[in-house]
Design a protein around this ligand. Structure first.
Ligand SMILES: [Zn+2]
Length: 234
């Protein structure tokens, strides 16, 4: 889940770059090999199971080992998300993310950030390219953390942010050369750069145009109030 900010401040972790060879990229090579061996063993044991027969104890044990390794990888991913979202919430007062429709596909998400603590508008776009689940978790973390640090989270409609050139405003359906690089098709412009960075700057643009939707801060404030109550009651 790399996070791209519109000010060029990108948060990436090598581990987010999952490949076909490394489907669970948060595991070490050794752990990865162990997981693969366990999955093979499980498939092998399962092949002996007749229809309607109970799962054998040995097969269940293997499933348990697989689950523990996957849980370890997830914990590492969440740890990284916590570190990153805390840093962002501390740095910026207003965070704007793309309001994405819920799908099963892995999508790109963008957002913008501004720091209201300074007179100079220090605004930043934020982009995640993450799975739906990881993205939802990031937004949840940002929502309550931004509120904790006195900021707010906004959402803007995602439509067109990956197709518009953030340098000149020209939008073309074929604007995106690849997943990684945006190349502007406007003959008078020709700007090219990191596609996520471009989309993040477009999200910032939408926010500046006053197109930010539902501020989510209210919910976060309620959360904070809930958290405080049990502490004072004690
Ligand atoms: Zn352009």
């Amino acid at each position: 889940m790399p996070l791209a900010l519109s000010d060029g401040n990108h948060h990436t972790h090598e581990r987010w770059k999952a490949t076909k060879d490394k489907p669970n990229a948060w595991l070490t090579d050794k752990e990865q090999a162990a997981l693969l061996a366990l999955e093979r063993r499980a498939a092998h044991r399962k092949s002996f199971r007749k229809p309607g027969e109970r799962t054998s104890r040995r097969l269940r044990a293997t499933y348990g080992q697989i689950a523990r390794l996957r849980a370890r990888a997830k914990r590492r991913a969440i740890d990284w998300q916590h570190q990153t979202t805390t840093e962002i919430a501390r740095t910026y007062g207003v965070i704007v993310v793309e309001d994405l429709p819920i799908t099963n596909m892995t999508k790109s998400a963008k957002g913008t950030v501004e720091n209201p603590g300074t007179n100079v508008a220090q605004k930043t776009g934020l982009n995640h390219s993450i799975s739906q689940e990881a993205r939802g978790r990031t937004v949840t973390m940002l929502t309550y953390k931004v509120a904790r640090y006195g900021g707010a989270l906004y959402k803007v409609a995602a439509a067109g942010t990956s197709l518009r050139c953030s340098a000149c405003g020209f939008t073309t359906p074929s604007g995106r050369e690849s997943q990684a690089v945006f190349v502007c098709k406007n003959p008078g412009c020709g700007w090219s750069g990191n596609a996520d960075h471009n989309a993040a700057r477009n999200t910032l643009h939408l926010y500046r145009m006053g197109l930010a939707l539902v501020p989510a801060a209210g919910r976060a404030v309620v959360r904070r109030a809930r958290r405080v109550k049990p502490a004072t009651a004690r």
